[in-house]
Design a protein around this ligand. Sequence first.
Ligand code: HEC
Ligand code: HEC
Ligand code: HEC
Ligand code: HEC
Ligand code: HEC
Ligand code: HEC
Ligand code: HEC
Ligand code: HEC
Ligand code: HEC
Ligand code: HEC
Ligand code: HEC
Ligand code: HEC
Ligand code: HEC
Length: 434
Amino acid sequence: MKRTFILLLVPVGLLFYTIAFSQPLKDFSDCTTSGCHATQTKFEYKHSPLEDDCTTCHETSAKEHPVPNKREFKLVESIPALCLQCHEIDMEKKSIHSPTKDGECLGCHTPHSSDTEKLLTAESGELCIQCHDSYTSNNFVHGPVAGGMCSGCHDPHASDNAVLLRREGQEVCLFCHTAKKDVQSKPSVHEPFVKGCLGCHKPHNSAAKYLLSADVPELCYQCHSTVEVALGKESEVHGPFQKGGKCYLCHDAHVTDFKPLLKAEEKQLCFQCHNKKITKGERTIRDIEQCVNAKFGHEPVANDGCSACHAAHTPDNFFLLSAAFPQGSYTEGKAENFAHCFDCHDSALMEQAESATATQFRDGKRNLHYVHIAREKARNCTTCHETHGSKYPHIIAQKVPFGKWTMPMKYTVTESGGSCLTGCHKELGYDRNH
Ligand code: HEC
Ligand code: HEC
Ligand code: HEC
Ligand code: HEC
Ligand code: HEC
Ligand code: HEC
Ligand code: HEC
Ligand code: HEC
Ligand code: HEC
Ligand code: HEC
Ligand code: HEC
Ligand code: HEC
Ligand code: HEC
């Protein structure tokens, strides 16, 4: 009872004091010109409402100002309602930045003037890292992150996208990396590239080059484990994989003109390395480009490319072939040992001792393929044929490999047969009409 009485006395006393003793308050427009509140307007970026009147935001019923140790002014509205009178921040969006939701506009903005754009209390990068990681500790830091431009990607207030992102999916990145946008109509497009960039890249920083979430090939194996498994076969590992899978030698991770994501037309891609001899242990691998450019070609090389026969990274057989084929000059003369050739050709060409149709390589009906191959110590097809192309018709080889020696082969073709002169035997001819 006593307390209420005392509390009532306070405002009554104040009213009496005001009427009796205070000086009339000066015009508000004087607030800064008098020099008292010059700081409010002194910085480069000024808040527009300052041009009107301080009372847009401040009000008082006091008659005297200033009074030491007293606050005669209050805001016309509390924060954030005051700000939201004039500014629209959609608080209905899916995600609202925590300090914005809490109405802490003044944690990031000054209401009067600032030497930073957007009336910020600190440079935008500095501002965000008051509460967040600066993301600059790794080896590779993304340009806009290093430049403190967090709001290039994030909306500091609210967004309908996850993690306050201004844009979604690929657009997060393509907004600046516009060159990556124009390429999406190319013939070969990597599926994760279309979905977005975060399947492989980190947005802020990374220990791996190009902001990748892991180095190549580990990155690729995250989704292409079958390639990794296949490479586990130590027996026949293709050169480019021997010191780690350098996928980027042949593939681009984004888009290319050539399927499947190949950096060049397939043959040209292979010729980047197979345009010269390559030493492999005791052996010398031939210059394949030279063979392919010879006068007589093997149809699948010309029409279907190298993958018609070779598996660039998942070899099951010698020479990275997709089916069995012998190494060396001799093997047992069974068709299955030449499975590779008989994927496309009829094995009758070596299996029928006598025939008028199985092969053209015959003397009368005597099948000369049979003679050379259908025996315990069969001659390999490569004794007589150069699989990639030759200056002779029927892709007859120019040279015959024999141990470490190569013998020149002189082949002449006639209307109904031909003849060979090699180190294997004296010149012998065959004639189908014989
Ligand atoms: C857009 C609204 C707005 C306008 C216009 C405005 N102020 Fe303020 N002012 C604020 C807010 C918000 C605060 C902070 C109140 C708080 O911290 O509770 C503030 C605080 C102040 C303070 C307290 C000290 C400080 O700097 O925090 C002074 C003094 C002040 N304003 C003077 C002025 C003067 C003088 C003008 C006119 C030139 C003016 N204000 C115009 C919104 C405004
Ligand atoms: C009486 C209306 C009004 C109130 C109240 C108001 N503002 Fe503004 N504010 C404006 C106008 C007008 C602009 C200029 C708009 C423009 O340039 O597009 C502006 C601009 C801004 C800008 C951008 C400055 C820039 O350089 O682009 C920020 C940030 C801002 N206000 C924050 C606030 C905050 C925080 C509050 C609350 C403390 C607030 N405003 C209260 C009217 C108001
Ligand atoms: C976490 C810090 C932060 C908080 C909290 C915050 N803002 Fe901002 N605000 C910014 C930044 C940063 C920008 C500049 C964005 C840019 O560069 O595009 C900005 C820009 C603005 C702008 C200029 C228009 C625009 O979108 O570019 C207005 C107006 C604004 N804020 C009002 C507010 C209001 C009102 C609140 C409180 C409800 C608020 N802000 C809370 C950081 C903040
Ligand atoms: C005053 C402290 C503060 C400042 C300053 C601040 N933030 Fe935040 N931010 C927070 C808090 C608190 C959270 C919620 C944390 C959480 O959910 O783990 C958050 C969350 C975030 C998120 C994650 C949102 C989500 O949905 O997961 C992003 C992105 C973000 N802030 C960006 C920024 C940017 C950009 C800036 C500078 C413009 C900034 N923050 C400045 C306090 C701040
Ligand atoms: C190039 C665009 C970009 C820039 C610039 C950027 N971010 Fe992000 N940020 C993202 C993306 C994308 C995510 C979501 C990552 C995810 O989903 O894995 C993210 C996530 C976040 C998160 C959520 C937690 C996390 O680490 O995933 C915070 C907090 C954050 N960013 C703060 C910042 C701050 C602070 C800056 C400035 C120093 C900044 N961002 C600059 C794109 C960016
Ligand atoms: C706000 C503009 C902006 C956005 C958005 C942006 N970047 Fe960048 N990015 C840059 C700049 C600037 C560089 C540096 C340019 C340079 O070094 O050539 C860069 C460089 C890169 C690099 C090359 C790094 C290097 O080491 O060469 C990669 C990779 C990259 N960004 C990926 C992304 C990804 C992924 C996203 C989406 C999450 C993204 N960027 C979004 C501006 C942006
Ligand atoms: C499948 C994984 C993957 C995806 C998805 C991906 N990238 Fe990359 N990105 C890479 C790899 C790997 C490199 C390194 C390039 C190299 O080694 O030649 C790279 C390099 C880059 C570079 C720097 C070199 C250059 O080409 O300019 C930029 C920028 C880049 N990516 C942007 C993007 C953008 C933007 C997206 C989304 C639209 C994206 N990436 C999606 C794997 C990916
Ligand atoms: C985020 C998962 C992911 C990552 C990481 C990834 N890929 Fe892919 N990749 C896919 C998907 C999904 C496809 C399409 C489906 C398929 O063919 O298996 C694909 C297809 C491919 C294709 C065949 C394209 C076609 O046209 O048939 C190649 C080649 C390829 N990826 C290479 C790579 C290389 C090289 C890397 C590492 C730089 C890599 N990928 C990393 C998911 C991924
Ligand atoms: C020497 C060149 C070369 C290298 C290096 C290479 N590739 Fe390939 N890749 C190819 C060729 C050629 C094809 C097409 C094969 C076909 O059409 O049968 C292909 C096809 C693919 C395909 C789609 C078909 C499949 O096998 O699933 C994927 C995925 C792929 N590569 C992933 C990789 C990855 C991952 C790496 C690194 C570990 C890699 N490649 C390294 C040449 C290469
Ligand atoms: C980046 C260089 C490079 C590219 C590109 C390349 N190769 Fe090779 N290739 C090599 C090297 C090096 C060897 C020898 C490997 C060894 O020493 O075992 C080799 C060996 C081979 C062999 C012979 C294996 C043997 O034991 O005789 C074949 C077949 C082969 N490559 C096919 C291809 C095909 C098909 C392509 C295209 C899809 C291709 N290569 C692209 C470097 C390359
Ligand atoms: C019709 C099937 C076929 C096609 C198509 C084909 N190859 Fe071959 N390739 C073979 C056979 C069979 C061998 C093993 C016998 C030999 O050495 O000729 C071989 C061997 C090789 C060798 C190892 C040569 C050596 O001296 O050890 C390389 C390298 C090679 N091929 C590259 C290529 C390239 C590059 C292409 C595409 C321009 C290609 N091949 C197209 C069937 C083919
Ligand atoms: C991918 C299928 C394919 C494979 C594998 C293949 N060939 Fe062929 N070959 C063809 C086609 C198609 C022709 C042209 C049509 C024809 O003459 O039957 C051809 C033609 C030939 C010719 C006749 C050239 C002429 O001008 O008369 C010879 C010789 C030949 N192949 C040898 C071989 C040998 C030896 C092998 C195994 C080392 C082999 N081929 C593997 C598809 C293939
Ligand atoms: C001793 C040498 C020699 C050997 C070994 C040899 N070929 Fe032939 N092949 C020839 C000659 C010569 C012709 C050309 C016949 C003609 O048209 O005059 C020929 C023609 C061919 C043709 C064209 C169609 C036909 O039968 O006339 C094919 C296909 C063929 N060979 C496949 C093979 C295969 C597969 C092997 C290994 C299994 C092989 N050759 C081994 C000499 C040989």
